[in-house]
Structure formats: structure tokens, C-alpha cells
Write a protein that binds this ligand. Structure first.
Ligand code: PMT
Length: 407
């Protein structure tokens, strides 16, 4: 998995900085090329010369960002990051974790984290008290929600100082986490994934429409996660306030019919379609060209059915992996199961939208995943980003099974 990969090693400063040297050598032994960015504290513990002697190529020094670094050097940091398959930070100290969680790019290493768009692994080490502190837990959760991988040694048995220095994180554990992160990228790598997101708006007149409260967060999280796993992502989205993730082809639409047209335009190339959009089932039979005056209006609007995009996709499914969503307020599992068989889905994400704290517009959701065989997997409340990762794990399992091999 690591053979011929390029790994960017970010080296933090602390008693476990020497572990970064071991990680560097272990990655190289596994066939990876390793480039290094060191942090402001690194050289207090291990001289930069050690990394300069061992790394494959330049080592970016911490002061280089705004100190000695000119525009040309910044381009070299950019170049160094751009071609990297993965980034691993060892040791990821509480300070680096906090800076990363805040996107505080005041040194080259954090800048590299922001520039990198592939998998990122943090080998998190801290003293037990710091590790347990709510602020540290909060920062770690923010990184997890952003799709980063945390690899840690766990909390030490006691808070005793001697013991703290005794606990450790093995280089092999860190390298395994990097390999696993890269493995995740390869199953979807180069595959085309269509994701629909957000609500649709069905115009009544030029200033009014029928819509729903979908924010697009779920679909955008899926798009970003799929992109980070190496997929070519086409994000077909109804109106939202969100910015499309980098590297994703974004196709903005307004109505269900426009969404269907966009899906039809891209579906031939797609290996996976994930329909997280909340599509209006109905639209006004006639959209009025001028704003309706209250004196002119009747109190009823005649509606007609919109096309069922997911059902159309299911009817012409081919070898594609098809994932639907179900938003229900009652009989969640029975209704969702019916949709799986009726629309030839490989997976449905069933959410009970009767609870306003989860689902529509919230940052979190609690869903059941139901597969083609009717197997039900209840998931706990989780961030939409974590949910996106879980859905993509299941998509990858279907793809892997279909190609009859291992990931
Ligand atoms: O956007 P967020 O704020 O993050 O909220 C996420 C969400 C709650 C919108 C999402 O989790 C969700 O449940 N999306 C599907 C909502 C929905 O339309 O459910 P449904 O049961 O009405 O539709 C079932 C499936 O058919 C969905 O995959 C939907 O995209 C699809 N559909 C529905 C109607 C239609 N005319 N065409 C379709 O393709």
C-alpha cells in the first residue's frame, strides 16, 4: 500500500519527536518517499539535520514560512504538499492539534495541513491530564469531524509524571494508520461519484416557491469525503449557502426537473450515485410569470408530481452502486425497506426526521443503514461528516465485493 507513495511527515516537538524518525524510516522501508516539514518546537528535541539526512528531498523548516521564506520557497512548500498522497503528524502535540483544529496556519507545518487535500493522520500524544481536558477533547473531535484520522496511545494508567513519559505510541502503529488511510483512498480512487444535495425549489411565481429545510450539509460532507478518498465527484446541488469543496465539480440546480436533467447528463460516467437531496415530490402545475397579487390569488395551488429521480436511476441501474436516503416521520424501517427493493438500491440511509435536533439542517444525524439484503445497522448520533465517512465505507465494501477482491 505504501510502495511508491509520497508521504509528507510533519514533525512536532516533544519527548516523542524521536518516534518521528522511526516513522520516517518505517515508511521508507515500506517503499514510500518521505518529505518532511518540521514544527517550531522540533529542533528543541531532535536536530533538523537528522531529518535533512534521512528525508527524500527538501525539509521545510518552521521559520521558513514568514522568516527566511520568500515567495519562491512558499511555492516549494505548495509543490511539496500538492503531490503528497498522505500527511502524518508525529508527534501531534496538544498545541499542534489546537492549531490544526482552528486552522491557525502561523507556521509551515500547519500551512501544509491546510494545503493538503488527502488523508491526514495525527499521532496524538499528550500528558494524561491534557489528554482528558475538555478543550483537548473538543479539538480532537473537530479534527475527526473534518475527516482527519486520530491515532493515539490512549490515556496513561496514572497521572504520574514518570508514567506519562513511559506511555508511548509505536512507529508501527502510526505507519499502519497511514497505510489504512491510503487504502481507503484507493477503492474509490478514479471512480466517478454523483452526489445530490440540498433542497429543490419549485416556483409558484417569481418570488415564491415550495421547498424544504434541507441545508445541503449531508451532501456536501459526502462530496468532500469522497473527494478525499480519491473519487471524481460531481455534486449536483439545490440552493444552499455552502461552498463546494475543493476539487469537486459542482452543478447548481433549482428544481427537481433541473436536478433530474443534471443527473441524466452525468450518470453514464458514474460508478456510484448517492441521492441525499431532499427533492420536492410535487411542483405547482403552472408557475406564474408575474408576482401573484393577493387580490388575484385563489387560496389553492394545483400541484403535479415531480419525476422520482431515484426510481429512474434504479430502473436503469447497470453495475452502479446506488444509495438512497429516506426521510420518514413514522414506520421508518418498514418504509425505508420498501424503498430499497422498489428502487433497486444497494443501501438506504433512513432518518427519522420527526426529531428536529437531528436530520434536516442540523450538524448531526442519527440514522439506520439498510442494505440490499434487508440488513439493518443502527448508528449512534454523529456529525454529518462522520456519517459521510461511514456511508462511503459501506459503498466501498459493495464496490470491493463486486470486483471480487480486497480493497
Ligand atoms: O441537507 P441536510 O440539512 O444535511 O439534511 C439531510 C437530509 C435530512 C435532507 C437527508 O439526510 C435526507 O434524508 N435526504 C432525503 C430526503 C428525502 O427526500 O427523502 P424521501 O424519503 O422523500 O426520498 C427518498 C429518496 O428518493 C431520497 O434519496 C431522495 O433524494 C429521492 N427522491 C425523492 C423524491 C424525488 N422526486 N426524487 C428523488 O430522487
Amino acid at each position: 500500500m505504501l510502495q511508491d507513495k509520497t508521504i509528507l511527515l510533519g514533525v512536532g516537538g516533544g519527548p516523542l519527536t524521536s518516534t518521528a524518525v522511526e516513522v520516517l524510516r518505517t515508511l521508507q522501508r515500506a517503499g514510500a518517499g518521505v518529505r518532511v516539514v518540521i514544527s517550531a518546537e522540533t529542533e528543541t528535541f531532535v536536530p533538523g539535520l537528522t531529518f535533512r539526512s534521512l528525508a527524500d528531498g527538501d525539509v521545510i523548516m518552521p521559520g521558513d514560512l514568514y522568516g527566511r521564506m520568500g515567495a519562491q520557497d512558499f511555492h516549494s512548500l505548495h509543490g511539496l504538499v500538492k503531490n503528497a498522497d498522505g500527511l502524518v503528524v508525529v508527534p501531534a502535540t496538544p498545541a499542534l492539534i489546537a492549531k490544526a483544529a482552528a486552522g491557525l496556519a502561523d507556521e509551515a507545518l500547519v500551512r501544509a495541513m491546510l494545503l493538503h487535500d488527502g488523508p491526514t493522520v495525527f499521532a496524538f500524544v499528550a500528558r494524561a491530564a491534557e489528554y482528558r481536558h475538555p478543550l483537548a477533547r473538543h479539538n480532537v473531535q473537530r479534527l475527526r469531524d473534518a475527516g482527519m484520522i486520530l491515532c493515539d496511545a490512549g490515556v496513561a494508567e496514572t497521572d504520574d509524571a514518570a508514567d506519562e513519559l513511559g506511555w508511548n505510541i509505536a512507529a508501527a502503529t502510526v505507519v499502519d494508520a497511514v497505510a489504512a488511510a491510503l487504502r481507503q483512498t484507493t477503492v474509490l480512487s478514479g471512480r466517478t461519484v454523483i452526489i445530490t444535495a440540498g433542497p429543490t425549489q419549485e416556483p409558484i411565481d417569481p418570488v415564491r416557491h415550495i421547498s424544504n429545510t434541507s441545508s445541503g450539509k449531508t451532501g456536501f460532507a459526502l462530496a468532500e469525503a469522497a473527494r478525499q478518498r480519491g473519487a471524481e465527484v460531481v455534486l449536483i446541488t439545490g440552493p444552499t449557502h455552502l461552498q463546494a469543496p475543493a476539487g469537486v465539480t459542482c452543478v447548481p440546480v433549482r428544481t427537481a426537473v433541473q436536478m433530474r436533467d443534471a443527473v441524466r447528463q452525468h450518470v453514464a460516467a458514474a460508478d456510484v450515485v448517492i441521492k441525499s437531496a431532499a427533492v420536492s415530490d410535487f411542483r405547482p402545475a403552472t408557475a406564474i410569470a408575474d408576482k401573484i397579487k393577493k387580490e388575484d390569488a385563489t387560496l389553492s395551488i394545483t400541484l403535479e408530481r415531480n419525476p422520482d429521480i431515484l426510481a429512474e436511476l434504479g430502473a436503469a441501474k447497470g453495475n452502479r452502486v446506488l444509495v438512497g436516503f429516506a426521510a420518514e416521520t413514522r414506520d421508518l424501517l418498514a418504509n425505508a425497506k420498501r424503498k430499497v427493493s422498489k428502487k433497486a438500491l444497494d443501501l438506504i440511509v433512513a432518518n427519522d426526521v420527526s426529531d428536529p435536533a437531528i436530520g434536516f439542517a442540523s450538524d448531526h444525524n442519527r440514522v439506520h443503514l439498510i442494505d440490499a439484503a434487508g440488513g439493518v445497522e443502527p448508528l449512534p448520533v454523529m456529525s454529518k461528516r462522520a456519517l459521510a465517512e461511514t456511508i462511503l465505507d459501506r459503498v466501498q465494501a459493495v464496490l470491493t465485493q463486486r470486483q471480487g477482491g480486497t480493497a
